[in-house]
Ligand binder design. Structure first.
Ligand code: F6P
Length: 553
């Protein structure tokens, strides 16, 4: 078996395009690409029930996809040829699947039971995970109970998470999603942008003596986070004095000693590991704000939901494996229909931040142009993910999905029971979810419009072509466990696609150049800057224009 330079024995070296499995899919696509979902359903009464799967409390209906049984078999053959299941096992075993950074990607270890063991570099990471989990959940529960107070002895009433990217999006989305489970005694807010307006707005109505900042940064070098943390410290110090800040700051980082740079003592730091990527770090101490909001017990339920989906992904056969099915369908559209985007519409106000969260997971992971071994991939990889909450999105973007010229597969996510006690109108919300899936798939024909008495001249405008694919994810209720399973479903769908493309979904080198250039430009914007600029003529001119506009010259 060919091995990669890093020693992983699970990746297949043969260029994807040249594999028999890929060629067969290309031929097959030419045969089925014009089939309409109307025809596929008419000829197959059991399709709606048959093309569905269930795991970890989530039901996935994928019958409204432009696939036949042969398509699904050929996609599974492709996954088998690319050794998807071996690649999954390699990730779970702690192999260095993050090839370009020479690391394991062990977010699944963050939610393994205590009884498991995964050894990386001689250390049992599951043991370390549980030790840290107990520590930060214990801290969260102390904050909630009022045992952990601020410097003046007053209880903590507001928690402000300072972090960006994976150190913000996951906890922020989860706090919104689990709001019905959260204590009303403590407000949790999130500050991410280096724009001072973010911190100012978040702290405007807060009482410093009752505020705890949670500074989250795996590297503790991210400038947005370190600058916001310094500003927050100044805010506390000006109200309570320099010595008080220790009681009002806690941090999360890979190197706990790095907290010292922000005057956060090691005892107030929680540890993550370099084998956790930012975008998959929610189950670590990065979720501290969530644990404070919902409490340790609920946080553990969230982890249990993740774990249930992890175990399903690692063990279910491909034909019944939700993340594998979902990833293979995404790849089918991306590579064979040439779709550029993927949409996600949670029919849940509580999940309105899910698309933003998934954007980082999906686009930072699979926005790659070379394989894990550094060769050009030679075909399209990650799509653009976007979306919004239903029903709002229906009144803003669905027109294009229904009648535009772009094909965009969409995930529609819903719940049978309302979250909390907001029961009113829930059936109406669900009716919209189901109606959109139906309308996108089947549309409305000229004949149907004519039969309904629609004026002839408006018929072309009102025809709905249909054949727009959707997945419908339905769960009983948005609980911590359901949310965990849902997030893990997307994590593993992303992994499935990457495993087939042969790319490294765990690095993000593409974000570095912008950071370097920003660090170079920042001093060039300073009023005292006297040196010549050495950028391109556009950037030089924009720097000059910015300075003149800022200084009113
Ligand atoms: O710049 C991208 C990135 O590295 C993300 O991958 C990460 O989630 C984010 O920045 C924040 O990084 P950190 O947690 O190290 O501050």
């Amino acid at each position: 078996m060919p091995t990669s330079p890093t020693g992983s024995s699970t990746r297949v070296a043969e260029p994807l395009r040249e594999t028999a499995a890929w060629r067969r899919l290309e031929w097959h696509h030419a045969e089925v690409c014009d089939l309409h979902l109307r025809g596929l359903f008419d000829g197959d009464p059991s399709r709606g029930e048959r093309l569905s799967a269930e795991a970890a409390g989530l039901h996935l209906d994928y019958s409204k996809h432009r696939v036949t049984d042969d398509t699904l078999q050929l996609l599974r053959n492709l996954a088998t040829q690319r050794r998807l299941q071996d690649q999954i096992q390699a990730m779970f075993r702690g192999e260095r699947v993050n090839v370009s950074e020479g690391r394991a990607a062990l977010h699944v270890a963050l939610r393994m039971p205590r009884s498991r063991s995964v050894v990386v570099d001689g250390a049992d990471v599951v043991k370390e995970v549980h030790a840290e989990l107990d520590r930060f959940i214990g801290f969260a529960d102390q904050v909630r109970s009022g045992e952990r107070t601020g410097a003046t002895g007053r209880p903590i009433r507001a928690v402000v998470n300072i972090g960006i990217g994976g150190s913000d999006l996951g906890p922020a989305m989860t706090c919104e999603a689990l709001a019905p489970y959260a204590t009303s005694e403590i407000i949790v807010r999130f500050v991410s942008n280096v724009d001072p307006a973010d911190l100012t707005e978040a702290t405007r109505d807060l009482e410093p003596s009752e505020t705890l900042f949670v500074v989250v940064s795996k590297t503790m070098t991210t400038v947005e986070t370190t600058e916001n943390a310094k500003a927050a410290r100044a805010w506390i110090a000006s109200a309570l004095g320099e010595e008080a800040s220790g009681r009002h700051f806690t941090g999360v980082a890979a190197d706990v000693a790095a907290g010292a740079r922000l005057d956060i003592s090691p005892e107030s730091m929680f540890r993550i590991w370099d084998w956790v990527g930012g975008r998959t770090s929610l189950c670590s101490a990065v979720g501290l704000s969530v644990a404070i909001a919902v409490g340790g017990e609920r946080f553990r339920e969230l982890l249990a939901g993740f774990r249930a989906m992890d175990e399903h992904f690692a063990s279910a056969p491909l034909g019944a494996n939700l993340p594998a099915i979902s990833g293979l369908l995404s790849l089918w559209y991306r590579n064979f229909f040439g779709t550029q985007t993927t949409a996600v519409f949670p029919y849940s106000h509580a999940l309105r931040l899910l698309p933003a969260y998934l954007q980082q997971l999906w686009m930072e992971s699979n926005g790659k142009r070379v394989t894990a071994t550094g060769e050009p991939v030679g075909l399209d990889t990650g799509s653009v993910l976007w979306g919004g909450a239903g029903t709002n999105a229906q009144h803003a973007v669905f027109q294009l999905l229904h009648q535009g010229t772009v094909l965009c597969p969409a995930d529609l996510i819903g719940f049978a029971q309302p979250a909390g006690d907001a029961a009113a109108r829930h059936d109406l919300l669900a009716a919209n979810l189901l109606a959109q899936a139906e309308a996108l798939a089947f549309g409305r024909t000229e004949d149907e419009l004519r039969e309904a008495g629609v004026a002839e001249e408006t018929i072309p405008h009102r025809v709905m072509p249909g054949n727009r694919p959707t997945s419908l994810v339905l769960a009983e209720r948005l609980t911590p466990a359901t949310l965990g399973a849902l997030i893990a479903l997307y994590e593993h769908s992303v992994f499935t696609q990457a495993a087939i493309w042969g790319i490294d979904p765990f690095d993000q080198w593409g974000v570095e150049l912008g950071k370097e250039l920003a660090a170079r430009i920042a001093p060039e914007l300073a009023p005292g800057w006297k040196h010549e600029l050495h950028h391109d003529s556009s950037t030089n001119a924009s720097i000059g224009r910015y300075r003149r506009l800022r200084d009113g010259k």
